[in-house]
Design a protein around this ligand. Structure first.
Ligand code: ATP
Ligand code: MG
Length: 133
């Protein structure tokens, strides 16, 4: 079964909406194959978002992602990557469609509540980053 990596980001954990997001995950037909609450160090956040290292928002993003606890989840269902990105909505909550998680829980383009892998190869790399067995 296809898998993707989801993260409930520090802003959503602070807002106390872990349960609401997990309920949505279940309602959308995903199986939670693994899940863990943790906190990334600044260096770990940079390593995770290394693909964005040349972007102007890289430093801010790494600081934000290490600013508090996150919940990392291994999600399973058919077409998991695309389906999870549909449930998240657009990167910028202001542009995310009503009913998407970023529309409901995001604050701005950085503090946008959730993460999802964007392709099969990135999903494999990201799942391995958090759930090395
Ligand atoms: P994610 O990878 O977290 O699922 P995404 O694939 O929708 O989000 P990316 O372009 O991969 O978006 O950006 C990664 C993350 O970097 C975004 O989710 C957001 O937290 C942050 N980000 C993206 N663009 C900006 C920006 N212009 N300013 C500040 N932060 C940004
Ligand atoms: Mg991305």
């Amino acid at each position: 079964m296809p898998k993707t990596l989801a993260i409930i980001k520090p802003d959503a954990v602070k807002k106390n909406v872990i349960g609401k997001i997990i309920t949505r995950i279940e309602d959308e037909g995903f199986k939670i194959a693994a899940m863990r609450q943790m906190r990334l160090s600044a260096d770990e956040a940079k390593a995770f978002y290394i693909v964005h290292k040349a972007k102007p928002f890289f430093q801010g993003l790494s600081a934000f992602m290490s600013s508090g606890p996150i919940v990392v989840l291994m999600l399973e269902r058919d077409d998991a990557i695309t389906r999870w990105r549909d449930v998240m909505g657009a990167t910028d909550p202001a542009k995310a469609a009503p009913g998407t998680l970023r529309h409901s829980f995001g604050f701005d383009i950085e503090r946008n509540a959730v993460h999802g892998s964007d392709a099969a190869e990135t999903a494999e790399w990201e799942l391995n980053f958090f759930f090395k067995s």
